[in-house]
Design a protein around this ligand. Sequence first.
Ligand code: TYD
Length: 237
Amino acid sequence: MHISQRSRPGNWYHFAVASGRQRGRFITFEGLDGCGKSTHLEKLKAVLRDEGIETVTTREPGGTEVGEKVRAVLLNSRTRGLAPLAELALMFASRAQQIAEVIEPALQAGKWVLCDRFTDSSEAYQGGGRQLGSEAVLTMHRVLCGQTQPDLTILMDTDVAASVARARRRNKVATDNDEADENRFEQENREFFTRVHEAYVAIARREPQRVYVVDARRAIDVVHADIVKEVRRKLLK
Ligand code: TYD
């Protein structure tokens, strides 16, 4: 095998399959800021643990030492004048590092990876919100993420106004408590988040096999039950 081929994530996958080892499953959580992704990710993790499945949970941007530095640049509200394409490139820089360092090694070892956001976020926020379009994002995904595709994406559907208000409140409390300032996206206006929402809806329509849309405006336990049902139906047969 040529050396440059060997270093591509796609070939890890083929190696895992060829060597007969059962590859883990890759589940991503998506949705607007403040939609409750992290809560549901943790609740699903607990269910999988009870099933005896080893999981790795992570988030984007971030999840690695390098990625967390990139996250600070991307989310800090003091970062000014970041060009939309530079923003997109940084999102993918964090992702490429995370695939190499965390996601592929875990999947190869048979662990399940639960990731808070992945490429759909770039398509929704940079493609839709920043109006860069889907093609640029999908091209970068092909080059930088290779075969690393989610087996299942949980898209948490919420009201634009309600989820943005919730994220703003949460981040204000964090900044008041001297935690990391991660407010840069929350400062965007309603039109921006409406475009993000529309882009998510378009992704779900395009890939209904992969993307499970859950109405996240309902009580946490009801939403959780729906998510678990879908994970069992699709991945725990
Ligand atoms: P996150 O920490 O998940 O925020 P929240 O908990 O509020 O949902 O994500 C950080 C922000 O980064 C969020 O506003 C969405 C944005 N983002 C993008 O714009 N593009 C991307 O590719 C990713 C992964 C995140």
